[in-house]
Design a protein around this ligand. Sequence first.
Ligand code: SF4
Ligand code: SF4
Length: 229
Amino acid sequence: MADSNLPRNVRGLGDQETFRFSCHPGVPCFTECCRQLDLALSPYDVLRLRRGLGITAAEFLDRYTVVEKGEEDFFPTVFLAMIDDGRAACPFVTDNGCSVYRDRPGACRTYPVGRGAYLDANARPAELFVLLSEPHCRGFEAGPEISVEDWVDDQELAIYNEFNDLLMPLLHHQRIKEGFRPDDRQQARFLDVLYNLDDFSRESSPAKEIDDPELLKSAIRLLKDELFS
Ligand code: SF4
Ligand code: SF4
């Protein structure tokens, strides 16, 4: 893959290429990267985190997130709120590592691999991968050689990537390219439907027990229909 357009610490990774990496409590930088983050949470990240913490989606959003929308953004972004400890630490970092490791966000799983997803000429999801080498990260100094495919397996990223791909036709809908911009009510609905699944569950299937991932898939479909049909 040609790397000429990539920043210096980023290089393209071919399907069969391997890289050396290991992050564990023995690295001198352990947990240093869990601070001062702009960590955008996907709807699936929120689903996993609030379920792992045993709280409602509304409680999670209230306690752990901040919502922002830049002038250039079409939809609001839900960020994990860093705590005010002088180092802007993630609320889940401890001296022993990540306290929500089993349900940590996709962004925490994927580093040092970056995944770019896009729709190909036939509007089918396609992907490419890069390796990000942050200068402060000592994880590249040791560890086994691993391929992208094995990294995706090792970090249990497939389900996170699946939900990112499901969102793509909504976030990059042709109507947006043609100038559609969601109004305030539609932006609020975006947050309610995709991120507050407890409320969506009551709205969509009050009598039925549907597991959370299936509910999120319904929510994505419904929002796409509401916005673009
Ligand atoms: S969720 Fe866990 S891995 Fe991610 S930044 Fe916070 S402590 Fe670090
Ligand atoms: S900086 Fe790199 S090696 Fe250090 S804790 Fe973070 S991911 Fe692991």
